[in-house]
Design a protein around this ligand. Sequence first.
Ligand code: NAG
Ligand code: NAG
Ligand code: NAG
Ligand code: NAG
Ligand code: NAG
Length: 295
Amino acid sequence: MAFSVISVFFLLLGEIFAAENDDIAFDKKYEFIWGNDHILSLNQGRELQLTLDNRSGCKFASYLNYSSGFFHMRMKIPGNNNTAGVVTSFYLMSKASASQHDELDFEFLGNIEGQQITLQTNVFVNGVGDREQRINLWFDPAGNFHDYKIIWNPHQVVFFIDDTPIRVFKNYTNYGVPYPTQPMRIEAALWTADWATFGHKINWTYAPFVAHCQGFDISGCSAQNSDVEECYSSNHWWNNMEYWNLNSTQQKAYENVRKKYMNYDYCDDKAKYPSGLPRECVIQKNGRLHNGQKY
Ligand SMILES: *[C@@H]1O[C@H](CO)[C@@H](O)[C@H](O)[C@H]1NC(C)=O
Ligand SMILES: *[C@@H]1O[C@H](CO)[C@@H](O)[C@H](O)[C@H]1NC(C)=O
Ligand SMILES: *[C@@H]1O[C@H](CO)[C@@H](O)[C@H](O)[C@H]1NC(C)=O
Ligand SMILES: *[C@@H]1O[C@H](CO)[C@@H](O)[C@H](O)[C@H]1NC(C)=O
Ligand SMILES: *[C@@H]1O[C@H](CO)[C@@H](O)[C@H](O)[C@H]1NC(C)=O
């Protein structure tokens, strides 16, 4: 009797912690997309191990499409003496063709020996990307799990590392700037790209490259169960006013990241835009709409 009471207690405790940690089995919300034999399920599906070798990389994705949410993935990136050409990514992506899709990206670009792993983020709207920002991380993403998050609500898209905002893309639709509107699914992948590390191609001597993912619960509004407008409503906590703008603490942390760690921002790349920077860059430079004030 006492035994079963105790085990029920631990069972409940386990569930409470699981809920708090978003530690559910991946197959409740996600499925494998390719390279299935390069994905290993650990700890009853609460962790996935992704492998890239010269036969294949791999990818998994959410079953559902979402139209708003506060998405996250806990990840540990491949660490090796040389991960040049290795890309680990966590992103949201719509189903439309490449020339029309929306996409919000975290991409970890592998390093050559002695250099740091770079984190690149990008925003695609209606097939137009080229909005790269890159930062040198203040920690080793291969050393430990960190939480990578994207909030997407009618007011802003914010990329976070743990609780630190590293990128803000506001909804400036009213000022003629495109903003993601298409339902997107969540994807994560381990793959190789020749462009990732300043032209240093992958050296398979260092393979296999191994990444780990955790945290498979999803806080998102799936448009299939409801019309899109409902996904923008205050029925969903990530749409509430406290998520419309960064608060003062977040704003300070964000500015600190930009100042200390950002080494590329498309908005500073005048050579790339000889006929003028994209409109959102001009608006953000003026800084006024950051605070929701007049433009
Ligand atoms: C996600 O959206 C795509 C494109 O609209 C659609 O083909 C697919 O069926 C959707 N998935 C689900 C699970 O609704
Ligand atoms: C990296 O190189 C050092 C020295 O050559 C070696 O001792 C170490 O095991 C290597 N680390 C990995 C992760 O391969
Ligand atoms: C962006 O803002 C406009 C104007 O406030 C609003 O009508 C639209 O629904 C928002 N877009 C998204 C995808 O939330
Ligand atoms: C790959 O790495 C190994 C070990 O460091 C090295 O001997 C080899 O030359 C490298 N291959 C290429 C193509 O750079
Ligand atoms: C800002 O938001 C963060 C995250 O929600 C919260 O922890 C912090 O207390 C807030 N700070 C202020 C000054 O409101």
